[in-house]
Design a binder for this molecule. Structure first.
Ligand SMILES: Cc1cc2nc3c(=O)[nH]c(=O)nc-3n(C[C@H](O)[C@H](O)[C@H](O)COP(=O)(O)O)c2cc1C
Length: 369
């Protein structure tokens, strides 16, 4: 039998062995932006899952760009050394294609990690001044961000460049630019957060200007033979917000500038959006982007079932799937999916005897333990 989910895919000059990728997932377990032993365990576990590509969590390019004080950064030599340790560990156990998601949290920065409190930090909890395209708070009661000046924006672009250079030195296979979920670059893209009167606000062309400047700068700073992709919004899920039509235009422009792929997510720019969460709820946005631009496209959001995943790939709605919660719930998801679809599963040799076909009645474990 064949399953389209287990066919290879080319992203830039990197070959994915199948269509299952692990989505970036904040762990809120860094110290001063540096990855810790938690990341060794978390990423190590996901790296031997049988997925073909692993995106390391949202990583801030400057300290104010962290969502919480516990997020990962890539702006200091210590951050670089800590990430290098994790990357070397993952490389020692798995051939997975490994990259990092570079970001700035914008007006959603200076917040609690999910298990330490709700919402934004208060001054006595170590709050910092957030920055965004406009001085519009995330929601009533939230602190107003500082509206970034042109100098702030140029400096931030340079911070993205330095982080990309660090990612290159560490030997990462790819970079993903985070431009969704209401963090800084999606704030620039969304009319709900971007109220600027200069050439970075107003029309879609203007709202795309800063994200595109960042993309071009990162693309230029990262080795040409390694891909740079982006996670984007298919929609803000709000009337008058960033729309599916705009997602198509943005993806097309990214493609023309050498973006290797987009993963189409959405929402997060405002807190009161009505998101119709359900199985594959964002897949139609990915499908439109793929059909109308031809860019290599990932689908994300409530993809949990092997047959569902197979149908998304086999019907051409997306080129790959990106799994977050399903992979945390079951880090052997790709191996289980292969069994469900009746194809050979990718196992590390140490785990080959875990494959159910090796459990045949009468078959012993052999002389060695
Ligand atoms: C624990 C956790 C952390 C997340 N952190 C990130 C992140 O760092 N960057 C990102 O783009 N999305 C992040 N997300 C969103 C996921 O990547 C994904 O887009 C979303 O969860 C929908 O996919 P799912 O239904 O497979 O979980 C996170 C999700 C979870 C559950």
């Amino acid at each position: 039998m064949t399953a389209q989910l287990f066919t290879p895919l080319q992203i830039g000059n990197r070959t994915l062995s199948n269509r299952i990728t692990v989505a970036p997932m904040c762990q809120y377990s860094a110290i001063d932006g540096s990855m810790t032993d938690w990341h060794l365990m978390h990423l190590g576990s996901l790296a031997i899952s049988g997925a073909s590509m692993l995106v390391m969590e949202m990583t801030a390019v400057t300290p104010p760009g962290h969502i919480t004080p516990h997020c990962v950064g890539l702006y200091s030599d210590d951050n670089e050394a800590a990430m290098q340790r994790v990357v070397e560990f993952v490389r020692s156990i798995s051939p997975i294609v490994l990259g990092v998601q570079l970001a700035h949290a914008g007006r959603k920065a200076s917040a609690h990690r999910p298990w330490s409190g709700q919402g934004f930090l208060r001054p006595d909890e170590g709050a910092w001044q957030t920055e965004a395209p406009s001085a519009v708070p995330l929601a009533p009661g939230w602190p107003a961000p500082h509206a970034m000046t042109r100098t702030d924006m140029q400096q931030l672009t340079q911070a993205f460049v330095r982080a990309a250079q660090r990612a290159a030195r560490i030997g990462l296979d790819f970079i993903e630019i985070h431009s969704t979920h209401g963090y800084l670059l999606s704030e620039f893209l969304s009319p709900l957060a971007n109220k600027r009167a200069d050439e970075y606000g107003g029309s879609l062309e203007n709202r795309m200007r800063f994200p595109m400047e960042v993309f071009r700068a990162v693309r230029g700073a990262f080795p040409a033979d390694r891909p740079v992709g982006a996670k984007i919004s298919g929609t803000d899920f709000v009337e008058g917000g960033f729309s599916p039509d705009e997602a198509v235009v943005y993806s097309g422009m990214l493609k023309r500038e050498g973006c290797a792929y987009v993963t189409v997510s959405g929402g997060g720019v405002v807190l009161d959006a009505k998101v119709p969460v359900g199985p594959g709820y964002q897949v139609p946005f990915a499908e439109r982007v793929k059909k109308e631009t031809g860019i290599t496209t990932g689908a994300v959001g409530m993809i949990t079932d092997p047959q569902q995943a197979e149908a998304i790939i086999a019907s051409g709605q997306a080129d790959f799937i990106s799994l977050a919660r399903a992979m945390l719930f079951n880090p052997r998801w790709p191996q289980h999916a292969a069994v469900a679809l009746g194809v050979e599963a990718p196992y590390p040799p140490q785990y080959e005897r875990a494959a159910p076909k090796a459990w045949r009645p009468g078959r012993t474990l052999g002389k060695l333990a």
